[in-house]
Design a protein around this ligand. Sequence first.
Ligand SMILES: *Cc1c(COP(=O)(O)O)cnc(C)c1O
Length: 424
Amino acid sequence: MRETTLEYAKKLDENDALNSYRGEFYMQPGTIYMDGNSLGLLSKRAEQSLLTTLDSWKKYGIDGWTQGEHPWFYFSEALSKMCAPLVGASEEEVIITGSTTTNLHQLIASFYHPKGKRTKILADELNFPSDLYAIRSQLALYGYEATDHMKLVESRDGHTLDEADIIQAMTDDVALIVLPGVLYRSGQILNMKVLTEAAHEKGILICFDLCHSIGSVQHELDEWGVDFAFWCNYKHLNGGPGSTGGIYVNHQHLGQNPGLAGWFGSDKEKQFDLAAQMTPAPDAGAYQIGTPNILSAAPLFGSLEMFEEAGIDAIRDKSLKLTDYMMYLIEEELCDYSFTIANPREEERRGGHVFLVHEEAARICKALKEHHVIPDFRSPNGIRLAPVALYNTFEDVWNTVQILKEIMKEGTYKRFENKRDVIA
Ligand SMILES: *Cc1c(COP(=O)(O)O)cnc(C)c1O
């Protein structure tokens, strides 16, 4: 039987197989961090791999490209190998490069080939705006207006998408589909396998934005036959602010010229021939453009090592337990305060965070911060709480709900304006 007591939370922590990892992260004493789905925390291993990289620069200068623990010329490829299991791909299909948004630009530029009647890009109205901006601007390069070439699947409840609605929108004028793996607000997991099968039946290519799913839930992109994917590494993967992103291209699509070419997309044996004609890499490395952002990628060596070690299955298992426990406490303790849990409840549809809706969300978040709980406000009325498997405890979850209860009971949130700050 579950209990709402602190003792029960502590017992869950004692029985947690991943509880040793918390000590590897920089946790601010007295602060409960519930925002690891926006920016993951720094681990000692990530710090160390960054320092090691700085040391290579210090020691080797230009020769750091070929010397040191992780020679920079092969940096992206070495990280891709570590990252590939997290998306269920082979190392040739993955490259650590760019940012989420530039990677989407690269994929559209490479694989969106409007022909005849098939000219549209299908996305959804709940997707992260940057993705929609990228799609719109790519369409504009063809002289297409988004109003008639970008098709957006609508949400029925404002929080989630119905796979049936998405499949229905896969008409024969659609060339490419871009959808999130996990929705950034409600944390809904889309059924990527079913959507990919449906897209392929209709002869449409499909691409997923994995920003909120990578490092949090398992992926089998190869097995599902997903065509392309892209993501950032600074959320659940703890690569640091602005950390280098990632691209996956299914092996069936490898070997073509990239839409946006640059010398780091070259075959590594030929790159330094410095020929006027580019020979693209035979693998996903071809989608790199210029010199990699070495210092922004360096923390990933330390961070990804922890994912390799702990295993994504154990991480997902604990994440589900944490969010399940959080929802239980919210229902038991906050039932008098008009919160709605707006994320899907079922395990196969629930990502790594809990999404609460409340009219006073903006100022409740400010009050939480004043009480040293770091939530994530999403305009106009959403509170995201992400208990992260590698560094949050069941006790963190218990404390968060207790503090939330106190804020509501005392009405201390009323001292703040119900308006978002510049960054929310
Ligand atoms: C975080 C996030 C982004 C951010 O894109 P950047 O190019 O890294 O700034 C894009 N899409 C989604 C779904 C995200 O969650």
